[in-house]
Design a protein around this ligand. Structure first.
Ligand code: TMP
Length: 216
């Protein structure tokens, strides 16, 4: 199921920590606004006041603070709030919603890289969220470079980065597998290039997709 109304569209960005997807989500929002679209740019975990409170519980503290099962529940609680308060209202107004992470992060982080819990992640998603993005960009890049970049930011939000290079390597493989299994929705983007080259490609692909997509 997709959420797009007659004019709205739901686009997500995914990738490992430090992959530059937040920069790319921002660049796409600016590019689409410049082309005359109304855009809501948001993020997960977070994107609504309650969901941002849940984010604080998830991204800081010791890596083993939560079990993977508890994480899945917390990410879904945050996502439900985000969906109700931010995503659905913006789509209802006919806007393009761009989110920095959505369910594919749960499928890969909790469902594949941190634990083998894909069935639980999918079952819970179907029960409480039941919405897929219309289009997803996966920024694919070298995990060593991405990890160094992520840790250098020193945000204090590095609970997942603290799991190390082996974890980031499993994440990359998980995102690539997901993109291969869902080629109609997920587009793998080479992130080992200058940011401007990546954003130019993403804006062009999105403009093309917006023109060609079937009316809903
Ligand atoms: P961010 O750094 O992209 O804002 O995301 C915060 C962290 O949360 C990041 O390390 C990825 C992780 N995460 C999950 O593990 N599962 C999820 O479902 C989401 C949305 C994020």
């Amino acid at each position: 199921m997709t959420t797009a109304g007659a004019t709205g569209a739901f686009i997500s960005f995914e990738g490992i920590d430090g992959s530059g997807k937040s920069t790319q989500a921002r660049a796409l929002a600016e590019g689409l606004r410049a082309a005359g679209h109304r855009v809501t740019l948001t993020r997960e975990p977070g994107g609504a006041p309650g969901a941002e409170e849940i984010r604080r519980l998830l991204v800081s503290g010791a890596a083993e603070r939560w079990s993977p099962e508890t994480e899945i529940l917390l990410f879904n609680a945050a996502r439900r709030d985000h969906l109700e308060r931010t995503i659905r209202p913006a789509l209802g107004r006919g806007e393009i919603v761009i989110t920095d992470r959505f369910v594919d992060s749960t499928r890969v982080y909790q469902g594949a890289a941190r634990a083998d819990l894909r069935a639980l992640a999918d079952a819970l998603h179907d029960l409480v969220i039941a919405v897929e993005p219309d289009l997803t960009f996966v920024i694919d890049m070298d995990p060593g470079i991405a990890l160094a970049r992520g840790l250098a930011r020193g945000t204090g939000e590095d609970r997942f980065e603290d799991l190390g290079l082996a974890f980031q390597t499993r994440l990359r493989a998980g995102f690539r597998d997901l993109a291969e299994a869902n080629p109609a929705r997920l587009r793998l983007i080479d992130g080992d290039r200058p940011a401007a080259a990546i954003s130019a490609e993403i804006i062009a692909q999105t403009q093309d997709w917006l023109t060609r997509r079937p009316a809903s």
